[in-house]
Design a binder for this molecule. Sequence first.
Ligand code: GLV
Length: 402
Amino acid sequence: MGRGNLRRSRRLGTVDEARRRACRRVPRIVFDYIDGGAGAESTMRANIAALEAVGFEPRMGVTRGIPGPDVSTTVLGRRLSMPVVVGPVGFTRVMEPGGDVAGARAAGAAGTGFVMSSMSAHTPSEVSAGFAGAAGDTDRLWFQLYPLGGRRGAEKMIDRAAAAGFSSLVITVDTQIHGNRERDVRNRVSMPLRLDARTVARLAPGVVARPRWLLDAARDRFRFEIKAAASTGSIEQPVSTEEALVEWALSPLRWDDFPWIRERWPGPLVVKGVLSGDDARRAVDAGASAVVVSNHGGRQLDGMAATMPALVEVVDAVGDRTEVLVDGGIRRGADAVKAVALGARAVLIGRAWAYGLAAAGEPGVTQVLSVLRADVDRTLRLLGCPSVEALDRSYVRIPGDW
Ligand code: GLV
């Protein structure tokens, strides 16, 4: 399994290639979960269109061959090898058994950050051990929180993440409930995926056409259950994933939860899912050390603004008080360079690494990160910019109506 993934990973020269290969490797329902967005997927497409609408303003005759540009950056005081952080993605173990441990190891070895999703079939300590094994410590390891099991469950998850050595807590504020992912509805998938007899019978045609995926998942004993949900109960009163999800829907996180979260979590807080200057200000007032401009990759409310114009608004509103990150549609290093030039410290990637994972496991994620890093380096050289930290709006042409 390992060597096959390494061989397969070498063929991933672009994120788009990883996407194509992921599509051939995993069952349709898994691919659609990664690839799809909410409603008509217009916000998902708008993210990419907005990145394409930002033009570069290069300076000729100034780039040096040696030393090359410095592509590192800092986020929350930690040095990252590139302005690309591996963002939170749910259900990664369904994509490939390595799941979040594979993503964390690849990010740790690449010298960048990893954000573990609450919707993980691995435990925080498994992911933390994987990251620390590759990176040497857990300074760049963050935990993303959904209130599975309501406030009591969230408290337990926070304590577990802190005990496992996670350094920052990411609060996602755009997921009161899940968006209407029409592909998932069409595929009759309701997450979490359960491999009971009925589901297996229904999925059989798609799954038998993907024997390698099936073999890997069977060897991993189909461990798709969300670990965090199960652990929000107690030994005397274990909580099922369904119960944990219902309690989340009954009490989604709100701004008035931030005081107790602040009290409980010892490290920096990151608020993910703001799209306006007003919400970014609210996040900073609530104690955020960083905000992530995000529409959840177009997976929540279809029709929300694209993230790049929103990034400009948020940086102008709070850029002097907090660090701003952004996600949505990042497929190339050049996309990360545009985002940093607009004022982000770094971007988060979601689908990009999920495609790499689904296509070729941990080596697939490593390869995606190395392709992105090489493109950041190339873009800076062609742009005539000495470093990621020297990027500013003078290197880009911003559409007039943003
Ligand atoms: C989970 O947060 C998802 O977007 O599927």
